[in-house]
Design a protein around this ligand. Sequence first.
Ligand code: KIV
Ligand code: ZN
Length: 523
Amino acid sequence: MAHPDVVTNDKVIIFDTTLRDGEQSAGAGLTPDEKFRIARQLQKLGVDVIEAGFAASSPGDFEAVQRIAREIKGPIICSLARAVPGDIDAAWEAIKDAERPRIHTFLSTSEIHMAHQMRKGAEDILGMAVDAVTRAKSYCDDVEFSPMDATRTDPEWLYRLVEAVIDAGATTVNIPDTVGYSNPEEFGALIKGVFENVPNIDKATVSVHCHNDLGLAAANSLAAVENGARQVEGCINGLGERAGNASLEEVIMALETRHDHYGVKSNVNTREIGPSSRMVADLFGFAIQPNKAIVGQNAFRHGSGIHQDAYIKERTTFEIMEPDSVGWRGEALVLGKLSGRAGLRSRLKDLGFELSDQDLADLFPVYKELADQKREVTDFDLQSLMSEQHRFSDTDGQYRYESVRVECGDMVTPTATITVRLPDGESRTVTSQGTGPVDAVCKAVDEIVGHACNLTEFAVASVTDGIDAIGEVTIRVEDADGHIYAGRGGDNDIIVASAKAYINAINRMLVLSPARDHIRASE
Ligand code: KIV
Ligand code: ZN
């Protein structure tokens, strides 16, 4: 008997772990508010399960999981928990108000993990796994168990353990390729082995969770589906520990595009893939490589003349998916300086932003300023404008960029004068010098906030082509304890964008630092 009710033989459950494994990506760190925005977008995307976080890992994570559980209806809301009573209790406390709660508990099972990480023998591990599932089941009907490092676990021992946790009440058993070691042939055979050797396997859904260390995560996940797995875990844009998890958009579109081969589909609204991908890239501060499958800027662009010629004659000569079907945005001109509020509102609605009258009134002058500077305002520009608005939408307790002036060049010492609005509403202006204009800006901001950070990453990307393009700056700063915080800012002037990005990073540091004592899932 399959569980939960979304499972039928021709449906694959999509389990999104962007907010948990994705957030374990080095250099990632979302505020509870940002996590909530992503969860709302995942709900729109139509994923079946949202792993909202790891409730026991920090008060910030607990708060984010709890809010998502209380407010996001439709998908199953899940919290991760180590196989220890405290974690399971915290997970339940955080998700108990969800419409459809799930506890996901995990424990290392490979020889190498049991010996070096857990320092326990197999029988102890089996006992802990059964106890954890039994405890989780006392709270919640829907329990998932993951034997961590399953692909380097002795298969016979794995089958025994899976049977025991299903007997204890696990409704989903997840087989993780934790270190991305497997390949499609081997992984498919392992899943087949689970079906053939675990006598009670019909009482659970078989899930997979593949990491991308060898670039095989999506291929391994699909091989598992071919062998009967009916839940796939992954992250938007392939985020996750180290080289990341399976890219959900790749798995979903492979199932969709090659339905002739796989014979199964997901419940996802594929048109929301593009907006989801852009939001995740923006809030995590991880740019998408241009040639990334499905969501990269070049994914639907045709470069060579021969391809373009054939494409114009017949689209399917060089295109296996319709760009529209994944919510891909071209560079179509949309608005200009004569466009009015109604045009702006309608275009933003198409892009997935529903604005209240007040939001529109606040945004319109900003839009007009941009339209004055740029002849043509594209969807990419609007997306960037909205990200900028969101970054500073809740200014309570935050620093806010007001203005900057720099003097630089090879004949002067780079000097920046910046005005920042303080959390108490007062404005403060400081002038500083640095090794370059960005350094001078950062030093001036440091003086205002009274907190020096180390800039570890600085990248500028242009949102569109052309000399008047908006520049998006991504910055990463490191605090004295070695924690890293990302910040983003956009403007036609990259010094202004840099100042905004640096202030954004500082604001995020202030929100995140008290909650930063993460217990990483893999530790
Ligand atoms: O990679 C892994 O094994 C995990 C587990 C917690 C499922 O993330
Ligand atoms: Zn993982």
